[in-house]
Design a protein around this ligand. Structure first.
Ligand SMILES: [Cu+2]
Length: 443
């Protein structure tokens, strides 16, 4: 496995070559520049920058007679979408999504799949070119993997790019409850344009109805939670980078909607998919790219300092659980009717007469308190509206998150790209300290 340390030693290896070149009589300055250029260009040949899975991890492997052997265990798990909302989900090796499989073009790999579910399953290697019998479609390419059984998939990777894995057995249910993972294959000759930070995540949607603990697989359009790697904002990891670095974000969509994923403060290039990293003539500058159902998309940008929103642009997809079949409340004085509805529907919160912002402030305040649900009981909301408020159990506020200037009024598919001139590893650096005179202000 290639680690950051390996890459450092590779880089220093090329620096060493540079020193040898200098001994052959080149001038020092020219030599330093060319050595640096060479080391930057070569630092990922034949290595690579390991992928960073948001809120997740990479699946370890063992080398066995030249074959990289991975082991996935399909099982029921308890998953937390954000503090205050947990569910019985299905996943791999204890998580949803399962750990990211990461390998290199040309690798021979074996993936053992153990089924600890109460029903059969399989795994389909989405986008990967392989023998038909390794494709993982239950009944079509193989017998189903029954509870307690382990199957071995083995094939050679003859491509590179951003791929996925997911069951192809009782697919509607098994996807709806979280069974999926990313499968990243690095090019064997390294990247022509080197990548400094390589992120990946899966896009998904969940019907975890307010007050319940199991995602409902029967829902087709009206979902409650919209996630990056099975987390909702503010529990989604920030994407961090150092100023000037080339950042790639690989996104896979196994949800039931297409998602236009938008970045602030940058133009990114759309550079790849499950067809690999595209030829540079195909790269497109965008600030929003639709990641369609069943697709993967890679975007790349050069990091510019600041705190930048990164989110799905479907505005309901940056919300948590909410009702959709309600009359339009804007401009309607609801003070009289709210108490009556609450007597029938405990936990009902009206949408605002003047918009939702005021409502979000109360919930954001509640969300900041130590115990999410305890904090939502009564106090702030009751003071404002003269009615005790207790949200449904195990249910996140619809809009939440607190920034350095106030409530973010977001949820779901939203995170922050935090870019700093100096950065330690992948640590979250906190909020951006804006240079004086660069923050919008009241006049
Ligand atoms: Cu979306």
């Amino acid at each position: 496995m290639i680690t950051r340390r390996n890459i450092l030693s590779l880089t220093s290896g090329f620096l060493g070559l540079g020193l040898m070149a200098r001994a052959r009589g080149q001038t020092k300055d020219k030599d330093n520049a060319s050595t640096y250029k060479q080391s930057m260009k070569e630092k990922q040949r034949p290595g690579y920058t390991p992928v960073k899975t948001l809120n997740g991890k990479t699946l370890p492997f063992k080398m066995k007679n030249g074959v990289k052997e991975f082991h996935l265990i399909a099982e029921e798990i308890e998953h937390e979408f954000a503090p205050g909302s947990k569910a019985k989900c299905w996943g791999y090796n204890g998580t949803t999504p399962g750990p990211t499989i990461e390998a290199v073009e040309g690798d021979r790999i074996r993936i053992l799949v153990t089924n600890k579910l109460q029903e059969h399953t399989t795994i389909h290697w989405h986008g990967i070119l392989l023998p038909s019998g390794m494709d993982g479609v239950g009944g079509l390419s193989q017998p189903h993997i029954k509870p307690g059984e382990t199957y071995a998939y083995e094939f050679t990777l003859n491509q590179h790019g951003s791929y996925m894995y997911h069951p192809h057995a009782d697919e509607m249910v098994q996807l709806a409850v979280g069974m999926m993972g990313m499968f990243i294959i690095h090019p064997k000759d390294g990247e022509e344009v080197p990548i400094d930070r390589d992120y990946c995540f899966l896009i998904h949607n969940w019907a975890l109805h307010p007050g319940t603990y199991r995602p409902d697989p029967s829902i087709m359009t009206d979902f409650d939670l919209w996630t990056f790697n099975s987390k909702v904002f503010p529990a989604i990891d920030s994407i961090v980078a150092q100023t000037g670095e080339r950042v790639r974000i690989r996104m896979g969509n196994l949800s039931m909607w297409n998602h236009p994923i938008h970045i602030h403060g940058h133009t990114y290039w759309v550079t790849g998919s499950d067809g690999g990293r595209w030829a540079q003539s195909l790269w497109r500058p965008e600030t929003t790219e639709i990641v369609g159902v069943g697709q993967t998309r890679d975007i790349e940008f050069i990091a510019y300092p600041g705190d930048w929103a990164f989110h799905c642009h479907m505005s309901h997809h940056t919300m948590n659980a909410m009702g959709h079949g309600i009359a339009n409340p804007l401009g309607v004085d609801q003070t009289g009717v709210v108490n009556k509805i609450q007597s029938l529907l405990p936990g009902y919160v009206s949408m605002g007469e003047n918009g939702m912002a005021e409502h979000s402030e109360h919930l954001a305040m509640a969300n900041m308190s130590e115990s999410n649900m305890e904090g939502m009981k009564g106090m702030q909301h009751g003071m404002q509206h003269g009615a005790g408020f207790e949200g449904p159990r195990n249910t996140l506020p619809m809009m939440t998150g607190q920034g350095q200037f106030g409530p973010l009024e977001m949820g779901g598919m939203f995170t922050v790209v935090k870019i700093r001139d100096q950065l330690v590893g992948y640590e979250d650096p906190g909020w951006y300290q804006n240079p004086p005179g660069t923050v919008a202000k009241r006049v």
